[in-house]
Design a protein around this ligand. Structure first.
Ligand code: HEM
Length: 204
């Protein structure tokens, strides 16, 4: 169990940290007229990232696939009950409670992005703008829950999950790791984001 094995492929990690950056930046610039263009651009990046993640949820590596983190409500309750008693099972991919936050973040991310585009194009009036604000605030709450959950889980299972989301590695049995990191795809994602940013800014 003390082997270091690869769990998160490169595209999943690049997706995660670009999502963190785009959400933080979009949230920070939300109320400013001056940074409106940057806010809109970050919103499009966030939507593009989630669109990629949906595809990767079907075609990606073992722990990135949606099928690896679809849990029944009873499994979520059982995990949380066991966690309180310090007896929860250690998961190599997403655990049942963490998965709930992840599904919510993906769903809220799409809703926030789509309502943002609608508001930009004057579709739906004030109601859509209000929804956009409300959903984005809701997302911030779930982000806080998510980060807290990651920290609690890291302490309980004595494994630094934040580091795993950076390096891709966790402790486990050799045969449970993924074999291919798809580094080229992660690099392509980073490059496309930078190119999009540059083209968008040049149009400015
Ligand atoms: C600095 C703040 C954050 C830290 C330290 C962090 C850390 C992590 C970690 C460690 C995981 C893997 C959880 C596991 O082992 O099961 C994860 C997954 C995830 N996080 Fe975060 N996170 C942060 C912020 C965010 C934000 C702001 C968002 C969304 C806007 C987000 C969305 C997600 C998603 C969607 C996943 C699932 C990754 C995937 O399977 O593609 N995180 N995060």
């Amino acid at each position: 169990m003390n082997n270091k094995i690869l769990i998160w492929d490169v595209p999943t990690r690049v997706f995660h940290w670009l999502l963190v950056g785009s959400f933080a930046g979009a949230y920070y610039t939300a109320d400013s007229e001056r940074y409106r263009d940057i806010h809109v651009m970050l919103g499009y990046i966030l939507l593009g990232l989630i669109a990629f993640r949906i595809l990767w949820g079907f075609f990606g590596t073992r722990y990135a696939r949606f099928s690896s983190f679809m849990f029944k409500p009873s499994e979520v309750v059982a995990y949380l009950t066991a966690l309180i008693k310090h007896k929860s099972a250690d998961y190599l991919g997403h655990n049942p409670a963490g998965s709930v936050a992840i599904w919510l973040l993906l769903l809220l991310g799409i809703t926030s992005g789509v309502t943002g585009v609608m508001a930009l194009k004057d579709i739906g009036g004030d109601l859509v703008v209000e929804w956009h604000d409300l959903v984005s605030e809701g997302m911030l709450v779930i982000v806080a829950v998510h980060v807290l959950g990651v920290l609690v889980s890291s302490v309980m299972h004595r494994e630094n999950l934040v580091r795993s989301m950076i390096t891709g590695f966790k402790k486990g049995e050799q045969d449970q790791g993924i074999h291919y990191a798809y580094a080229w795809l992660g690099v392509a994602m980073l490059a496309s984001t930078v190119i999009y940013w540059l083209v968008y800014s040049a149009k400015g």
